[in-house]
Structures are given as structure tokens and as C-alpha cells.
Design a protein around this ligand. Structure first.
Ligand code: CP
Length: 312
């Protein structure tokens, strides 16, 4: 059995809000060990051999879904995958009924992505299995924030004191909220940048700076985390056109080269090349976008491993 120092304070991973600084540090330290594991010739460990995990995705995903599946396989867990689009959800089945049917097959953990904010919290109150939030609406995406923090720490040695600019559609972004909460807990300075219509009015209460000028934000930061415009969550127009958005807030090589220091560029994906970021930036040596994806597997292994320990 793991001692208290190696245990998370929570049974579920619903959001960064519920994690203590110790929890975050423990996940990042554990992920470092798992990153070594996945870079060995034999990438598999038997840690979750007796655990069954259901990945249930009510919303599209490439990175998060594949990354969780791979993390589970590397830990030797048994996995089942569920995509709402090809399930009985379309016949009117409720979330609780769907999940209870999956749990009747003796599942220990549920990794869930859902379009509604709070879906994971709701589920955790109604079922016994451990829940991991893989993104709930515009609310939280905790494992993305953890892998982003891991990637920043890997690059700079530490997160504390670093200046991170989160640029783009902050209003509709679960990545933005989870990143802000995680980075602030780890002692970073955070600034959000975008048009007034895409920056929530409450954001200052989270202890972040607000900047509407892209060049000023870039000159301030050590890391620029570029966000996609979440058109699927926008029922109204928040800016005149994608072209105009891109002219004011898109990151291109010319702007990047015009600032007087070398910053790191991140993006959670999926990228809309030519909108929030151009190809010459996304594929440049300043970009750590694919490192983020690689680190995602190690971080998710750490989360699964520590949550399994938590319930033992
Ligand atoms: N970053 C992220 O959540 O990507 P997916 O939507 O592809 O999972």
C-alpha cells in the first residue's frame, strides 16, 4: 500500500480545482518516471493488471482518447471504449443508465469526455467507479493542464516564476481554465490575451493579467500557449471573420521573430493552421506541441496509477 506522501487527496480527477499543490507535484514527479518507462525498449509495466477502465467519449477527440488508451495499455489495464455517436445514447438512454450498464461489466475507472460542464462531478455522485474528466464542456480539462505544466517544467526546470500567456478563445476553453488553475498553484504568472469578446469578465478574479495586444503579450511571456477558436461552442459571432481574427491574434513567424527574446510556443491541439498559428510557427524549433503530446501519455499513466493506488 502507498504511504500518504504518495497518495492523491482525491478519489476522482474531476478538475484541477479539486487538486492540492501536493497532488499536482506528485502527478508530475510520477509522470517523470513513466516518461522513462515509455522511452525504454519494453514500454509496458504490470501496475494496473487487475484494473478495467472504460473510456467513454460523448464528444470527438484524437489526442486525449488515444493518449488515455495508450497510457492504460502501457500500465497493462484492460480497456473498453465507448463512443456516444455509435451507441444507444442516440436511442434516448441517460448518462447514468449508460454508465451503470458499463459498470455492470465490472469496470473500475471511467475516463469521460462530455459536452456539458460538470458531467464528471454529476456522475461521481451517482456511481461507485473512479471518474477521470477528459474534458467537460467549456469547464475543465485537467490532464491537458497537467501535461502542459509537465512540458513547461521539462523545458525550463520549473514552473514557478515563469510567465505564461494563454492566447485566443479563452471564453470557451476548458484548457484555459484548467491551465490557469494549475499554473497559478505551481507559482507561475499567467496572462490571458484575446479580443474583449473572448475574454470572460470574471477572469481577473483568478489572479491573471489581461492583455488585448498580441505583441505586448508575446513580449511579456516565456511561453505562449495558443488556443483554437472553438466555433462548435459559439452560437453567436464573437469577431467579424476568421481572417480578421487571424490578422490580430494569429501567431506567425514574422511576429515571433520581431520580439527580442526566444519564447516557447505551445498548443493543446487540434491546430487550425493559418488561423491561431501558422505552419512555420507550429513546426518551428520554438514549438513544443508534439512534446506535449508525448508527455500526455506519461502524465495520464501517472494519473491512472495514482488514482488506482488511492482506492487500494
Ligand atoms: N487537446 C485535446 O483535448 O485534443 P483532443 O480534442 O483531440 O482530445
Amino acid at each position: 500500500m502507498a504511504n500518504q506522501e504518495q497518495r492523491l487527496s482525491t478519489k476522482h480527477l474531476l478538475g484541477i480545482k479539486e487538486l492540492t499543490i501536493h497532488d499536482i507535484e506528485l502527478i508530475l514527479e510520477t509522470a517523470k518516471n513513466f516518461k522513462d518507462v515509455i522511452n525504454r525498449p519494453i514500454k509496458k509495466v504490470p501496475s494496473l493488471r487487475d484494473i478495467t477502465i472504460a473510456n467513454i467519449f460523448f464528444e470527438n477527440s484524437t489526442r486525449t482518447k488515444l493518449s488515455f488508451e495508450l497510457a492504460e495499455k502501457r500500465l497493462s489495464a484492460d480497456t473498453i471504449n465507448f463512443a456516444a455517436s455509435s451507441s444507444s445514447v442516440s436511442k434516448g438512454e441517460t448518462l447514468i443508465d449508460t454508465v451503470n450498464n458499463i459498470l455492470a461489466m465490472k469496470v473500475d475507472m471511467v475516463v469521460m469526455r462530455h459536452p456539458y460542464a460538470g458531467a464528471g462531478v454529476f456522475l461521481s455522485k451517482h456511481i461507485k467507479a473512479q471518474i477521470i474528466n477528459a474534458g467537460d464542456g467549456a469547464h475543465e480539462h485537467p490532464t491537458q493542464a497537467l501535461l502542459d505544466a509537465f512540458s513547461i517544467r521539462e523545458k525550463f526546470g520549473e514552473v514557478a516564476g515563469k510567465k505564461i500567456a494563454i492566447i485566443g478563445d479563452v471564453l470557451h476553453s476548458r484548457v484555459a481554465l484548467s491551465n490557469i488553475l494549475c499554473l497559478k498553484k505551481l507559482g507561475a504568472e499567467v496572462l490571458v490575451c484575446g479580443p474583449t469578446t473572448l475574454i470572460p469578465k470574471y477572469i481577473g478574479a483568478l489572479g491573471v493579467k489581461v492583455e488585448h495586444d498580441l505583441l505586448k503579450a508575446l513580449n511579456w511571456c516565456d511561453v505562449a500557449n495558443m488556443l483554437r477558436i472553438q466555433l462548435e461552442r459559439q452560437e453567436t459571432k464573437f469577431f467579424p471573420s476568421l481572417r480578421e481574427y487571424s490578422m490580430n491574434y494569429g501567431l506567425n513567424k514574422q511576429i515571433l521573430d520581431s520580439i527580442d527574446k526566444e519564447i516557447i510556443v505551445m498548443h493543446p491541439g487540434p491546430i487550425n493552421r493559418g488561423v491561431e498559428i501558422t505552419s512555420d510557427v507550429a513546426d518551428s524549433k520554438q514549438s513544443i506541441i508534439l512534446n506535449q503530446v508525448e508527455n500526455g501519455v506519461a502524465v495520464r499513466m501517472a494519473v491512472l496509477y495514482l488514482l488506482a493506488n488511492q482506492s487500494s
